[in-house]
Design a protein around this ligand. Structure first.
Ligand code: F6P
Length: 373
């Protein structure tokens, strides 16, 4: 009997998701004679049993499309909003997996999705995952699909901001996404020639940034582009947050841990205007006009880049091959030119941040980019 695979996309959408769905689908149907059903809107679709049978035609014409043809959501099986409550619906998802007579479930997503998928694996489901996110922060893979496209969009934005910053002799602070990591800001900042790049991995000193901007002015460069990751923060704010994180780590009391988690969320949300604050402070310290450009969701939209199409197709087809060989409980990772199944256990609960000795950081410093430290 041909294997029946379930497929879902979860978490924030990302360019390359449809290319991955196509890679999985064409290889699974064409090369291995499997059958596929797709669940709508992430784990919620599996909970509500909202599925579509996917045929060869379902994978036609989607390679270049952004977003996900299946829809997505950030909802987790063990914390699912149902009515006005949040409930653990894991058992319902498991029942539906069995009712659908699935041989395996493929989950395409970022760090949160890997965790949810791992939980389902622990309950005995045959799971394979693919790493997608524009943030590039999934542990265990060299790169995630979506990152290259988003980095390209952010780079183009920085290119465009140069001419207006130059004409008005302004500072332009451009904010990229990236969640708690700096891959996007750093990649686009280097490629776009930003004068200052601020990432969460290197808490910044606003005084040092102002000095760098004034130095540029003395050299006759009357504008500056500051690329800042949404998660970047000043040394003071980072220290305050780290204090809470340390207390949470040390605490053995579950109630206190939950309280500290809430406190952490509150403090983080207080810092959500970091970029606007930074721009105001730079204006004060330098006497130059400063403007903010928050790139936001444009970075996630539209056609995937060539590199993302290649990566998603490579990971998607490798995924079908693994399922055909009965390899489960893994994330299909990219390692150099190859793909590698990494046990989900090794992936979950970790985040791939930018290492401080990463070649991108070294080369940014060598082209005299100020990193806020
Ligand atoms: O994880 C991708 C990402 O775009 C992050 O860069 C960003 O912080 C977050 O998603 C935004 O989430 P949402 O789509 O839920 O607003």
């Amino acid at each position: 009997m041909a294997k029946l695979i379930g497929l879902l996309t979860a978490g924030g959408d990302s360019p390359g998701l449809n290319a991955a769905i196509r890679g999985i689908g064409k290889a699974a149907l064409g090369s291995y004679g499997m059958r596929i059903i797709g669940f709508r809107d992430g784990f919620r679709g599996l909970m509500e049993n909202r599925s579509v049978q996917m045929k060869s035609v379902s994978f036609s014409g989607i390679l270049t499309r952004g977003g996900t043809i299946l829809g997505t959501s950030r909802e987790k099986p063990h914390r699912m909003p149902v009515g006005n409550k949040v409930m653990d619906m894991t058992q319902v998802l498991i029942e539906n997996y069995h009712k659908s007579r699935l041989d395996a479930l493929i989950c395409l997503g970022g760090g949160g999705t890997q965790k949810s998928a791992y939980r389902l694996m622990e309950q005995g489901l045959n799971i394979v995952t693919l790493p997608k996110t524009i943030d590039n922060d999934v542990y265990g893979t060299d790169v995630t699909f979506g990152f290259d496209t988003a980095c390209g969009i952010a780079t183009e934005a920085i290119d465009r901001l140069h001419s207006t910053a130059h004409s008005h002799h302004r500072i332009i602070v451009v904010e990229t996404m990236g969640h708690k990591t700096g891959w996007l800001a750093l990649g686009a900042g280097i490629a776009g020639g930003a004068d200052v790049i601020l990432i969460p991995e290197i808490p910044y000193d606003v005084g040092k940034i102002a000095e760098a901007i004034l130095r540029r002015r003395h050299e006759g460069k009357n504008f500056s582009i500051v690329a800042v990751a949404e998660g970047a923060m000043s040394k003071e704010n980072a220290a305050a947050l780290n204090k809470i994180i340390e207390r949470k780590k040390k605490s053995k009391d579950q109630k206190e841990k939950m309280k500290l988690k809430e406190e952490l969320k509150k403090v983080e949300s207080r810092y959500s205007d970091n970029t606007i604050d930074l721009s105001r402070q730079l204006e004060k310290l330098t006497g130059l006009e400063s403007r903010v450009s928050i790139l936001g969701y444009v970075q996630r939209g539209g056609t995937p880049s060539v590199a993302d199409r290649l990566l998603a197709t490579r990971l998607g087809t490798a995924c079908a091959e693994l399922i055909n060989s009965g390899v489960y409980g893994v994330m299909v990772a990219s390692k150099g030119d190859r793909t590698e199944p990494i046990p989900l256990k090794k992936v979950v609960g970790k985040r791939k941040t930018v290492p401080l000795d990463h070649p991108w950081i070294e080369c940014a410093r060598k082209v005299e980019t100020n990193l806020g430290d």
